[in-house]
Write a protein that binds this ligand. Structure first.
Ligand code: MG
Ligand code: MG
Length: 627
């Protein structure tokens, strides 16, 4: 399968785009005319540069307002085409995209357009070039791929074929099943884009809000299934117009694009196996069984702070690493690793960020399948030198400088016995059972990348984005969960650095985990047990509890217990949710304790403004509070 991306999809100058596209793993490139015109090199030199980067020049685009013109404009359009053909031959590109006309003087009529394309095909054939015709969703007469196909069919020229673009078909709500009737060898090129479901002008939506397959709400998978069912074997290419991407890092956007394309085609292969036999098989999206461990990098006072925090949460120190300054803390199925090494990944993470979560371990069915899928999606393997008694645990680099380890039920599950010396700690626990969710903070621009990372590698679905109101600005929050909720991640994207999430980023933490939420099945008992161990809860305003009494029909005794233990409350149509927060540690990280009753699905978003305000109160210099 050949993969491509249009230069218009990413930021930078043409050289930066070529570099990023090649590094991400694409087989080719669609040259957008403007990118090419802005470059100072000759067409021949640009073509050579692209081929030297290991890329094919798959498509030259766009050629606009060609068909249906009255004389003498018609002759001028053919002259323009001949000049584009000259450039294409210099570039070494044999296919041009002609998009349906929006010219005010263009005339309608399928036969008129077909005659124009038959002649253009003849001229292209003389130079061994090909013409692809695309229906723009806002074309003057042709705005539906079925009409574009009818024109191509009637033009009846081997050098004239159809170009399909998922946005133009799906954005107008045209049933993609209609594509199945088109012969695959008459489709010359396929462009893909997704888009969020927003009601707005089609042209504006297309030019500013397209995104990668899987990032939006259009049925791109159905579109691609229908395309593959035609027997199409040509390139599959991304054409994304998006303001955020235009301002983003070329490498990140190119990698996201590649990841989205490979994951989409893998899904298509599973759903349409006979029609998609030439797509390389990958292990299926990985089912995460549990969070195996969360590892902190910490040293000195920061390490002591974490040790007393986890002791106050009811964790026991159960192991000490055979050769490294690493300890293992456990409660229920939750494992916390505290890593005080000064070298290696943890040491580097600590130097860069101070106390931080440097690694997350996930339990999976097959660690090698997980790594194979991650690599196919463009992830890099992670490894560092091992001590004599250490196991090789497969790991990848996530986004940023994050690391994910994968532990399966083979010998790897034994890592705790092999690498750690057991320590006897008989202190009673506080009833924490498992990790409920991991909350990552990032800039808003990074959210789509992270979301795509999780949803393409793992069997996880994202919930609709919700707005969290910070007193100093908006934070967008998106939850991603595996079926059965074995693994849940919330992504919080800060739009300004003045929000709590934003100041976490500004404090040098970068996009990383800001809190982990631990589950109990009796939050009141857990709160009492933790209090006895010296746990300091985040103090909430009394107004919050008065308001709860007004909003919910709560048992007065329970409300008083919540007030005295600083337990927050929410409910949805299927259940109830209780939350208890630690005070911030290591700057702005914190721990959340949750209890879910019934089938409550959320994460307590309505409580976020009050939790954020309480955290910010603690961060203010003491004098202000006293005054
Ligand atoms: Mg297009
Ligand atoms: Mg949370």
């Amino acid at each position: 399968m050949k993969t491509g991306i249009a230069t218009v999809s990413i930021s930078g100058n043409l050289e930066e785009k070529i570099e990023a596209i090649a590094a991400a793993g694409f087989s080719g490139i669609e040259i957008f005319e403007q990118d090419f015109i802005a470059d100072i090199r000759s067409p021949r030199a640009v073509g050579q540069r692209i081929r030297d980067a290991g890329l094919e020049v798959m498509l030259f685009q766009p050629f606009r307002d060609f068909e249906g013109l009255p004389r003498p404009r018609r002759a001028k359009a053919f002259d323009r085409a001949e000049r584009k053909f000259d450039v294409m031959q210099e570039l070494g590109c044999d296919l041009v995209l002609v998009c349906s006309s929006v010219h005010p003087e263009a005339l309608g009529g399928i036969d008129r357009a077909a005659a124009d394309f038959a002649e253009l095909g003849e001229r292209a054939a003389a130079r061994n070039l090909r013409i692809g015709y695309e229906a723009l969703a806002w074309g003057r007469y042709v705005n539906d791929h079925r009409d574009a196909w009818e024109i191509v069919r009637r033009a009846d020229h081997p050098n004239v074929g159809l170009i399909l673009d998922s946005f133009h078909t799906l954005g107008r709500g045209i049933d993609p099943e209609t594509i199945r009737r088109i012969p695959g060898d008459r489709i010359f090129f396929v462009q893909l884009a997704d888009a969020p479901a927003i009601e707005m002008d089609l042209l504006y939506w297309s030019r500013h809000f397209r995104n990668m397959p899987g990032e939006g709400d259009l049925p791109v998978t159905d579109f691609m299934r229908a395309v593959m069912a035609t027997g199409y074997v040509g390139p599959i290419s991304l054409e994304i117009f998006n303001d955020q991407f235009r301002g983003g890092s070329p490498h990140t956007i190119a990698q996201d694009g590649y990841r989205s394309l490979i994951a989409l085609m893998d899904e298509v292969r599973r759903l349409e196996p006979e029609a998609a036999s030439e797509i390389e098989p990958l292990p299926a999206p990985i089912a995460v069984r549990d969070t195996a461990f969360v590892e902190f990098a910490a040293q000195g006072d920061g390490l002591a702070e974490l040790e007393s925090l986890f002791a106050s949460l009811g964790f026991r120190r159960v192991g000490r690493h055979v050769s490294k300054r690493v300890t293992l803390w456990q409660q229920g199925s939750i494992r916390i690793v505290l890593n005080a090494e000064e070298t290696g990944h943890a040491g580097n993470a600590w130097k860069a960020r101070g106390t931080t979560i440097c690694d997350i371990g996930l339990s999976v069915g097959s660690a090698s399948d997980t790594v194979a899928r991650a690599r196919a999606l463009g992830a890099k393997l992670f490894s560092q030198p091992l001590g004599p008694d250490e196991l090789t645990i497969p790991a990848i680099r996530g986004l940023g400088d994050s690391v994910l380890h994968f532990i399966d039920e083979g010998a790897l599950a034994d890592v705790w016995n092999v690498e750690f010396l057991a320590e006897a700690d008989a202190a009673p626990d506080a009833g924490l059972i498992r990790i409920d969710h991991i909350a990552q903070t990032m800039t808003y621009d990074e959210m789509l990348s992270w979301s795509l990372f999780y949803t393409t590698l793992f069997d996880m679905r994202k919930a609709p984005m919700v707005d969290v109101i910070d007193p100093d600005g908006l934070v967008r929050s998106s939850a991603i969960a595996s079926p059965g909720n074995a693994f849940r991640v919330t992504l919080n994207g800060a739009e300004t650095l003045r929000t709590l999430a934003g100041s976490f980023l500004a404090a040098g933490q970068g996009a990383t985990v800001q809190h982990i939420a631990l589950e109990t099945d009796d939050i009141f008992a857990t709160a009492r047990a933790m209090q006895a161990k010296g746990f300091a809860a985040l103090p909430l305003s009394s107004n919050y509890f008065d308001d709860l009494a007004a909003r919910f029909d709560l048992d007065p005794a329970m409300l008083e217990a919540m007030r005295s233990a600083n337990i927050l409350y929410d409910a949805d149509d299927s259940g109830e949710f209780f939350q208890l927060y630690s005070q911030p540690f290591a700057g702005q990280m914190f721990i959340e304790i949750v209890e879910r009753r019934g089938g409550y699905r959320g994460y307590g978003a309505p409580n976020a403004p009050f939790r954020i305000a309480a955290l910010k109160r603690l961060q203010q210099p003491k004098g202000i509070l006293a005054a």
